[in-house]
Design a binder for this molecule. Structure first.
Ligand code: HEM
Length: 476
């Protein structure tokens, strides 16, 4: 009587789709199924409903237009075991969510993020110098860039060497998060969190118990340092210092508000770092494999900048092709291929199909990016698609999410991606390495499989485009 569920592949009695549920390449498998069964899929895993949206239209209709019903999150037992249930991204819809969302959103509006541009530009220059000195380590340099900008914006902490203590904590936390996000299979089998930790296969419970202290260290250390600096009058302006000062001014400095801010800050650090780094690696991989697109971007950069300088944010409007290059990177492979799951808060009917209360709702970026109705020749990396006369839709939702849960760091992230793309393309040739026969050996498109996704380690050659550019970088 509540209506029929959306279609899906054939299921077994009781266990539903458990046997056919993909263990890898979820995006591709769901995309194939959507061609056969429709853009809104229903899967049942041991009685738990999972809805997979495979078109821009369905994602907009439900998660944007009916956002009031789809702004909740399912439980994330794997991350809860780490003590992360208070992080914004995992918070159920409600007062705690609204408070953290406000805290984070306030300084990160489209116009608000402009104050962070000097930090982004300065860390981008450090990146260029590092790439010049040891191009083979581009992966580590990009990670340092992503970490350094987030640390400085969040806590006013300037990273000045690779031995920075906070970079070390961030590296350790990232290892834990990546490992635990592979255990996110728990999210489909919530009862597994009650297994005793000696149970074979329940390694993640022991692992989470052993590593929970790292998360606490990450949230507390830099925060307490800002509190001390504020007391001593030496704090640099940052997300934390500005909010703490505001709390003192408004007389709202209490344990609850401080704890919410500490959590929001730790989240800004981790949420911003891994995703930005992953997208930058995808950008480099795309550059190595698409030399024509790189040459066009470089022709535009040379025309606008001339020979004597490197890009700044003031050049943004004059460089539409570079902007298209960044958008195409996001479309081509999203750093969060299935986004972050939403949850239906009440039964809903969509195109005569029932989306049941408590269903986990996923958006499949792979299908959205390959949708021929939105993108011509979707398999091709082609920045022109975003420029006139083509003007295909920018990959906003498939890159940064939906409705009231849309990524609050989006404008900040876009600026980081843009300044790195413009600077790296202006300064360096990014090319495949040569094989034993002297032929180009471009890296393959192979990506890691967890909640976030980035290219498997690959090699490329990053060389300065001219003697003049080498000098410009050395003078920075
Ligand atoms: C290229 C970089 C980034 C990408 C691709 C990205 C992507 C996303 C996506 C897809 C979501 C899920 C949205 C949804 O549920 O519909 C999300 C959520 C989130 N992002 Fe980002 N993000 C990036 C950078 C950042 C930065 C720099 C920050 C922090 C300053 C940040 C903080 C967050 C937070 C806190 C959430 C959770 C929001 C909520 O649950 O209400 N992200 N992001």
């Amino acid at each position: 009587s509540r209506g029929r569920l959306p279609p899906g592949p054939p299921a077994d009695p009781i266990i539903g789709h458990m046997r056919v549920f993909p263990r890898a390449n979820h995006g591709e498998v769901f995309h194939e199924w959507s061609k056969q069964y429709g853009d809104v899929l229903h899967l049942d895993v041991l009685g738990k409903s999972i809805i997979v949206l495979n078109s821009q239209e369905a994602a907009n209709d439900l998660l944007d237009k009916r956002s009031a019903n789809y702004s909740d999150r399912p439980e994330f037992p794997a991350f809860n075991l780490l003590g992360w249930d208070s992080m914004l991204v995992f918070l159920r819809y409600g007062p705690a969510f609204l408070r953290q969302r406000r805290l984070m959103q306030q300084p990160l509006t489209r116009t608000g993020v402009v104050v962070f541009r000097p930090v982004q530009l300065q860390q981008c220059h450090v990146l260029l110098k590092n790439l010049l000195a040891s191009p083979k380590d581009f992966d580590a340099h990009l990670r340092r860039f992503a970490s350094a900008i987030t640390l400085e914006m969040t806590y006013g902490h300037k990273v000045s060497s690779d031995d920075d203590a906070y970079l070390d904590i961030a590296d350790k936390v990232n290892v834990v998060l990546t490992k635990m996000s592979k255990a996110a299979i728990l999210d489909l089998f919530p009862r597994a969190k009650h297994l005793p930790s000696w149970f074979p296969g329940a390694w993640f419970i022991r692992y989470a118990n052993d590593h929970r202290h790292l998360i606490w260290e990450m949230a507390s250390k830099p925060f307490e340092q800002v509190e001390q600096q504020l007391a001593a009058g030496t704090a640099q302006p940052s997300f934390v210092s500005m909010h703490l000062e505001e709390m003192h001014r408004q007389d709202t400095h209490d344990a609850d508000n401080v704890s919410a801010l500490k959590t929001a800050a730790a989240h800004m650090w981790t949420g911003g770092e891994e995703t930005t780094w992953s997208t930058l690696l995808i950008l480099v991989l795309a550059a190595v494999r698409n030399r024509d697109a790189v040459r066009r971007a470089q022709a535009e950069l040379d025309r606008v900048l001339g020979p004597d300088r490197l890009p700044t944010f003031e050049d943004m409007d004059a460089l539409p092709y570079v902007d298209g290059f960044v958008k195409e990177t996001i479309r081509f492979h999203s750093a969060l291929p299935l986004g972050i799951p939403h949850r239906a808060m009440a039964d809903d009917v969509y195109r005569d199909m029932l989306i049941p209360k408590d269903a986990t709702v996923l958006v499949n970026s792979t299908a959205l990016a390959r949708d021929p109705a939105a993108y011509s020749t979707p398999e091709r990396f082609w920045p022109e698609r975003f420029l006139p006369p083509h003007a295909e839709p920018p990959p906003v939702g498939l890159g940064f999410g939906w409705g009231r849960r849309v990524c609050p760091g989006r404008y900040l992230a876009e600026a980081s991606l843009w300044i790195v793309a413009a600077s790296m393309l202006a300064a360096f040739d990014i090319a495949p390495v040569q094989d034993a026969h002297g032929r180009d050996a471009p890296p393959e498109l192979r990506f890691t499989q967890a909640i976030t996704s980035h290219p498997e380690p690959f090699e490329c050659s990053i060389t300065p485009r001219s003697e003049k550019v080498t000098q410009l970088i050395m003078q920075l």
